[in-house]
Design a protein around this ligand. Structure first.
Ligand code: SAH
Length: 363
């Protein structure tokens, strides 16, 4: 029998019992041999999903402007370290660089650091950006000891979460088991109270109905803390953009996408993009423990409009064909309209304590 991720997970469940969602996500996305992000380019028309930088070059150009402005507001000795987490096909970084490289003398200051685990996407990034000084990292631990000008678009949603479910007055962990007779994975829950329930306030717990679900992502908070710590100690700035919620709605946010369609997250592990909505409230809460200025979360539409997406689109339209003008209008609408990406996607910014409010976050 050829080995598959499904068989590997079934054997593990048979040996040690139901597994956590964190473990299921980590294997389905990152298993070295079968993980979704280890084995393919998932982005774009031929992939499973499309992201903002792939919709329009304006998205990355405005972020380039944001970074440039944040850099100019600080006195930084040494290199300009551009960092991107989960750079996908390299499109966002390439659009950012097009803006930055318009400024004289910037090229010799530039260092590009990409945190990327996917070997296929690394190759695409290399093709697009390889003429500059680019370094790849498996995680944030090897990033330089310098101020970072960091961006992450649709990265946090890929990080594993733990789900707790309310049973009577207890919160137990939601786990994944396998039904051999029917041949599919299914949700179950640990019999005992989860230690993570200590993090749930009495106020939230008493409001939660039976079977309410809460999500925790220690991986997301860990990465946020690393960025916040660096910003507070060294300076720099960060922009994190993702879909997510400001208040938990007691429902599961896990979703899986294959070929641009929603599928069951537990089906065919390793072949679907599995993600969860980002819990922005927990990030906001964590930000209080750092000496930084925290901006947002604000809706992506508001951010892009404040950054000048409409004006930039008008300029791009000059000299364009009717078809191109139409494409630009459609792209701007997709990125900003509330019923499309404009509201669900949110933006947060981190800048050093006492620095001026950055572009895009002013009222
Ligand atoms: N930012 C890009 C791609 C988003 S898809 C865009 O907007 O188009 C998620 C990206 O994160 C991919 O590049 C994927 O390979 C990368 N990724 C996912 N999990 C990761 C992890 N744990 N560490 C580093 N990169 C990861």
């Amino acid at each position: 029998m050829t080995e598959t991720l499904q068989n590997l997970l079934i054997r593990r469940i048979q040996k040690t019992g139901p597994i956590s969602l964190t473990e299921f996500m980590a294997e389905a996305l990152h298993n070295k041999n079968f993980g979704y992000y280890a084995t393919r380019d998932p982005i774009g028309f031929l992939g499973d999903f499309t992201t903002a930088p792939e919709i329009s070059q304006i998205f990355g150009e405005l972020i380039g402007l944001w970074i440039l402005n944040a850099h100019q507001q600080q006195e930084i000795d040494g290199p300009l370290c551009l960092v991107e987490l989960g750079p996908g096909r390299g499109t966002l970084m390439s659009d950012i660089l097009r803006v930055l490289l318009k400024f004289e003398n910037i090229e010799e200051l530039l260092e590009v650091h990409l945190v990327e685990t996917n070997p296929i996407l690394r190759q695409l990034q290399h093709k697009l950006l390889g003429n500059l000084k680019v370094l790849w990292h498996d995680d944030l631990s090897t990033l330089p000891d310098q101020p970072w000008f960091l961006v992450a678009n649709e990265f946090l949603d890929t990080l594993p979460v733990t789900q707790l479910i309310k049973n009577g007055d207890r919160w137990t962990e939601r786990l994944i088991d396998y039904d051999l007779a029917r041949g599919h994975f299914f949700w179950t829950s640990s019999g005992s109270t989860s230690r993570l329930s200590l993090l749930i306030s009495d106020q939230v717990s008493s409001k939660a109905p039976d079977n309410a679900l809460l999500e925790f992502s220690p991986a997301t908070l860990g990465i946020f803390k690393t960025i916040a710590d660096n910003t507070s100690k060294k300076g720099g700035a960060a922009l994190l953009i993702d879909y997510g919620y400001l208040k938990p709605n007691f429902k599961s946010s896990i979703q899986a996408v294959h070929d641009h369609k929603m599928v069951d997250p537990l089906s065919n592990p390793g072949t679907n993009d599995i993600s969860c909505h980002v819990d922005f409230q927990s990030i906001l809460h964590e930000s209080q423990f750092f000496e930084i200025n925290f901006h947002g979360p604000i809706p992506q539409g508001d951010f892009l409009i404040s950054m000048g997406i409409n004006e930039r689109a008008e300029r791009l339209k000059h000299g364009s064909s009717i078809q191109q003008i139409n494409d630009i209008d459609i792209a701007v609408k997709r990125l900003t309209a509330r019923e499309e990406m404009g509201k669900l996607f949110k933006v947060i910014g981190l800048t050093p304590k006492n620095s001026p409010t950055p572009l895009g976050f002013m009222d």
